[in-house]
Ligand binder design. Sequence first.
Ligand code: SAH
Ligand code: SF4
Ligand code: F3S
Length: 481
Amino acid sequence: MRNSCKFADNYILANMSLKPKDNSPLQAADLLNNTSNRKLYIETYGCQMNVSDSEVVVSIMQENGVGYTSEIEKADIILVNTCSIRENAEQRIWGRLDVFRQIKKRKPDLLVGVIGCMAERLKEKLLEKEKLVDLVIGPDAYRELPSLVEEAGTGQRAINVLLSREETYADISPVRTDKNRVSAFVAIMRGCNNFCSYCVVPYTRGEERSRNPESILREIGELDEKGYREVTLLGQNVNSYRWGNREATEKLDFSGLLEKASVNYPGMRFRFSTSHPRDISDKLLNTIANHSNICRHLHLPAQSGSSRILKLMNRGYSREQYLDRVGAIRRIIPGCAISTDIIAGFCSESETDHKQTLSLMEEAGYDFAFMFKYSERPDTDAAKKLKDDVSEEVKTRRLNEIIELQGSLSAKSKEADLGKTFEVLVEGTSKKSQRELYGRTSQNKVVVFPAGDHKPGDYVNISVTRFTPATLIGVQEATGT
Ligand code: SAH
Ligand code: SF4
Ligand code: F3S
């Protein structure tokens, strides 16, 4: 699938090639040489993939002589990396664009660009409002950013929203903009072919494609050398990672990639997101069980507990099949945390369907969850074929019931940790006190504890003494003599 797009005459389309051009940054560097003191500020919304993409964007711009600033007032170029997953995600971005317009009034040379999923979804519509946006760039066109910025600098508005079948930005070393220098994201694939009926991602991100494993392992190696201790491998559906064509002597699937990463970098911890319940194999679960540096946490979004709704959502599994996978996780990886995403009030959802979601949550015993009200997205299958017929009031009530239930499940999960000892990777100093540090267990639970001599990047054994709704609280385990 490739999105086609129409361009109004006054928009510039730079470089329509679908293949990534190896030399494009160089060409663009020439264009930008005379403006080398310019600074880019980037604001990121949406999922971890967007966070990872923003780091690629900063890298591409730096290669082309545009520095990075974390202070908006110092920026010559503001980019907002956007999300279209729900209507309120887009509304938030429109609000930010209004704020940027005010800054632009004071600073007429400032360029404002919309990149990411909303750029891909709305395309030239984003350029319709006068003096709001100068650049619109979709997720597969970031290599063209420097030349598009240059074009926009001449007063014309620039757009490139072509999706690619091949682009994975494999050769680009992302510039890490995080503060803690402990954990990083590494994208292993892009796009999605699943077409869940409610979801905009296949349209904004295009076809699924896997990234060359060599470049993935090289990037992990670079992070290891820089002292990072945790890597999260990212994809919309990591379980369908595949490398190697039919003739290839060696084929690599996700569990193979994960195994290579964990064996090559034993000092690193590995996480990954997201696992599609339909594709999570026993082979992958065994790989996790066999390597202690692969975290004991699976994010396995259920979306609903009703097989009828799952079918309408085109999720490719029933309630029973989902619970079978939960059972396999519990059997093969004891002590593994499971989290989920739930959508409340999908098209035609009845009270019985909703109750099935609540009972699935209890059966699965989730450690944590992300919970949303269904938000119809234009042009998706659900928008075209189904009625968004659950009232706002009922959606809100059901969502509240889901949140309340998850609150008690999360509390139960933390309660079960009392008195146990966990290896915690320290991420930083606690917001509340300089004398406390926080970090995460392998199960992805946040733990706060007295700092002692420890620093971010250390692994510390912490015994859990109490918990709050958000965190576990503990002390360093006494070391025996
Ligand atoms: N690829 C991941 C999730 C991507 S989007 C996966 O398949 O699990 C993250 C979450 O947003 C989804 O899991 C879903 O729960 C939610 N979501 C997606 N589209 C939505 C919509 N139209 N309305 C409400 N929630 C939605
Ligand atoms: Fe969206 Fe489904 Fe793809 Fe996840 S798997 S990104 S929910 S279409
Ligand atoms: Fe949002 Fe795009 Fe991610 S729609 S959730 S930023 S892939």
